[in-house]
Ligand binder design. Structure first.
Ligand code: NI
Length: 227
């Protein structure tokens, strides 16, 4: 499932984030990538301990907390500390790859299984050409290029790429989520049920049927969640 998470950052936050990133010390994005990804990766990243990266991480994590769709769709158990990347000039693309399945979290040394990937777009799409995030879906490739401050959530299992940026620069924040519900199919069922319940509550209030179905949702989550 591909899902847009709108307004992770508002316009003021995007402006502040971009200002922080304008003077940041970008580095070669290849160290840390696996052998397959390294061959096709050609971008820049901010070192994890860069102060600008730390500041932007806080904005993004706060934004995720404000967005109920994120919790409902990802059912997060652990979130990888968000990273920042830049595509521009001669370091402008990332060919087809699959993200590593198990990642070590900087700082804690804990492992995280990358069930879901998330990209928060930070540049205005009018300011750069190319730079689409192309995700292989069961329906074929899907190209994603969102307004600054919006994010896309997609399965960590999917082959994806960032097409060459041929004008301007593309700034983005990306991270992985280990979900309490490992199965994509089970997670998707729970998300669909939660969305339908929200609409039921809006249109009909909390009648006995809605309460019963809410109970069923939680009982399924209880059955499938690994907390
Ligand atoms: Ni990737």
């Amino acid at each position: 499932m591909l899902l847009t998470l709108p307004h992770i950052l508002d316009a003021d936050e995007v402006a502040e984030v971009r200002q922080r990133l304008a003077t940041a010390r970008w580095a070669d994005g290849r160290p840390g990538a696996g052998p397959q990804a390294k061959r096709v990766k050609n971008n820049e990243q901010l070192p994890h301990d860069d102060p600008a990266a730390a500041a932007v991480r806080e904005y993004v994590l706060r934004g995720l907390d404000r967005q109920p769709l994120f919790f409902s769709a990802a059912l997060p158990k652990r979130v990888f500390p968000p990273r920042l990347n830049r595509y521009s000039g001669s370091t402008n693309a990332y060919g087809n790859h699959v993200d590593g399945s198990v990642r070590f979290m900087p700082g804690s040394g804990q492992r995280l299984r990358s069930d879901l990937s998330c990209t928060v777009f930070l540049s205005d799409p009018a300011d750069y050409d190319g730079g689409e995030l192309v995700i292989e879906d069961t329906f074929g490739p899907r190209a994603v290029k969102l307004a600054a401050g919006h994010a896309v959530l997609y399965p960590g299992t999917s082959v994806h790429q960032v097409t060459p940026v041929t004008r301007g620069e593309r700034l983005a924040c990306f991270f992985w989520i280990e979900s309490m519900v490992r199965s994509d199919a089970q997670r998707q069922l729970l998300f669909q049920m939660d969305m339908a319940l929200t609409r039921l509550r809006e249109t009909h209030g909390d009648g006995p049927e809605t309460v019963a179905l809410t109970g069923t949702y939680h009982n399924l989550l209880r059955m499938w969640a690994d907390t």
